[in-house]
Design a protein around this ligand. Structure first.
Ligand code: TNX
Length: 536
């Protein structure tokens, strides 16, 4: 019997592609069992698996090279393909590092005499072992040293190649250790991209770009070494860090550090029709010093981050004349290519024209778009015209078959306030404080109910290149606030990015989600106890 992503047969998030359950048999995992491998490329993966399992379950496996003893139940890790693995679908979309997608497809066979984990590449083994960790950490216990799991065979593979989280470090600073905890959370849910929003109006967190005569910012920033440590930590866990240098808009902090970049016309305050004052500083492409500095910055950024992409931002160029915006974006893209990287931009960057090799990140909604228009183009009644404008970005991308990473504000922005009550009275204060009040609150179920391939309309499904959540930090003051907004919604994003379309509806998904609260508590992660989920 095949159960597709069924909450009855497993508690794994994202839902498995296929789990053939052997209803009659169970396998007992117990301490002292060997995790046996012959290929050294999986040694550190097997070791990390053993330490994660003991931390979460107190069951102590031992990693060994070579074969386990005869008749000794074990977990065998094999780096090899077979016809069933090779028959699994390849992911759609763009891959964040290297030429082609690494092969994450894998199988897990749980039989009464032992477990076999098989994948063609180490990344597939890492993803498979994460499934086992979730199995073990959420399964009923026989006793302190034994965990009983249903026998069966799992075949799993991601739907999209790009599965990420964008983290706003400009509005709130997080330490390297805290970002590493976020990377751990990404790997728990088989997410593979950490997009770092390192610069914005509020602060410039890069070590480069500080050579100017401006007052040194008193704010925190990362050193080269900090960034290298993050890249290495992520790489080790098959996560790619994608740096964003947000430009030409959102550049106040950089201009403050380098007053020579102020051309008089590019640092302005204006009122937005929907009733908000807005200040925006944009980088002026007609000033020679602009690209002298930006190119230096990009070369240094490219030297630190090992992935293929550098995100150029491009969002909300408020008040910047359209032709200057296009000139700027085209030049930035061209320079990034000249140093061997791929440019990626928020959807507004489509307005600078698009060609083969470009990738855009879709996010807009009507309200957000109204703010991104230059003053002369801002409509009196935004609704229809701004939706039209967003659709034009999408049509422009469609015409040249440009891939689009899906981050619709409506479902991927995790700074949307929670709508339902919490089961914990003590969370009321935090719930009232975090999340942007300009968004209508959403329940966890409302956030979960969407389909990435339909997000920009059914005719553009083929261009959907991946799914990325975004957490913006204007209302976040510390790590607990951050994790409160990430959890429980982030695993739902991972499910949309990894699992087959409609693998599970909300009621099935909710039952699995409830079992994950335990994992977050083990990791000392604060989460929102949504009253719509039956937390144990
Ligand atoms: C839009 S999305 C922004 C951010 C804000 C966010 C708040 C995008 C590319 N820009 O600058 O922080 O909305 O949700």
């Amino acid at each position: 019997m095949i159960k597709r992503g069924s909450a009855i047969s497993h508690t794994v998030i994202p839902a498995l592609l296929q789990f053939k359950v052997d209803e009659k048999r169970k396998f007992i995992f117990e301490s002292e069992m060997a995790v046996a491998y012959t290929d050294n490329r999986v040694a550190s993966i097997a070791e990390r698996f053993c330490s994660d399992v003991v931390r979460r379950t107190e069951v102590r496996f031992k990693p060994i090279t070579g074969q386990p003893g005869p008749n000794e139940p074990s977990i065998k890790v094999q780096l090899a393909g077979d016809h069933e693995i090779r028959a699994l679908p390849r992911p759609a979309g763009v891959w964040p590092v290297g030429d082609g997608p690494a092969d994450e497809r894998h199988s897990i066979t749980i039989a009464i005499d032992g477990v076999v984990v098989r994948a063609v590449e180490p990344v597939g083994v890492a993803r498979a072992l994460m499934t086992l960790i979730q199995f073990l950490a959420t399964a009923p216990r026989v006793d302190a040293r034994k965990i009983s799991v249903q026998c069966g065979r799992i075949l799993d593979a991601p739907r999209y190649a790009w599965r990420g989280l964008s983290l706003d470090l400009s509005r709130t600073f997080f330490t390297v250790g805290e970002i590493q905890r976020i990377i751990d959370l990404l790997t728990l849910y088989k997410l593979n991209v950490l997009h770092l929003h390192l610069t914005d109006d509020q602060s410039w967190r890069l070590p480069m770009g500080r050579s100017g005569t401006g007052p040194e910012s008193t704010g925190n920033f990362y050193s080269d070494d900090d960034l290298r440590r993050l890249v290495h930590y992520a790489e080790d866990r098959f996560v790619t860090v994608v740096p964003e240098v947000d430009m030409p808009g959102h550049a106040s902090a950089l201009i403050k550090l380098n007053p020579a970049l102020d051309t008089g016309r590019n640092n302005m305050e204006f009122e937005i029709k929907i009733g908000r004052e807005h200040r925006n500083a944009w980088l002026d492409p007609e000033l020679p010093a602009t690209f002298e500095l930006i190119e230096e910055i990009l070369v240094d950024v490219a030297g630190i981050f090992s992935g293929s992409y550098i995100h150029i931002g491009g969002d909300e160029p408020c008040g910047m004349p359209r032709d200057l915006y296009s000139t700027y974006v085209q030049r930035a893209r061209c320079f990034i290519r000249s140093i061997g990287k791929q440019p990626l931009g928020w959807q507004e960057s489509a307005r600078a024209g698009l060609g083969p090799g470009d990738v855009i990140q879709y996010w807009s909604t009507a309200i957000a778009l109204a703010e991104s228009l230059p003053p002369e183009a801002r409509p009196e009644t935004p609704e229809q015209q701004v939706v039209d404008l967003a659709m034009r970005d999408i049509e422009a991308a469609a015409e040249v078959s440009v891939p689009m990473i899906m981050s619709p504000q409506s479902h991927c922005y995790l700074d949307v306030p929670y709508a339902e009550r919490s089961t914990e009275a003590a969370e009321a204060d935090r719930q009232g404080r975090v999340g942007l009040r300009r968004y209508s609150p959403k329940t966890v179920a409302e956030s979960f109910n969407w389909e990435p391939s339909q997000a920009v309309g059914p005719s553009h499904a083929a261009q959907v290149a991946g799914v990325e959540a975004a957490i913006w930090a204007e209302t976040i003051s510390d790590f607990d606030d951050l994790s409160f907004l990430l959890l429980p919604r982030l695993p739902g994003i991972a499910e949309k990015a990894w699992s087959a379309p409609a693998a599970a509806d909300w009621s099935q998904y909710r039952d699995r989600l409830a079992r994950h609260g335990r994992l977050w508590t083990q990791d000392d992660l604060t989460y929102f106890h949504a009253s719509t989920v039956d937390w144990p």
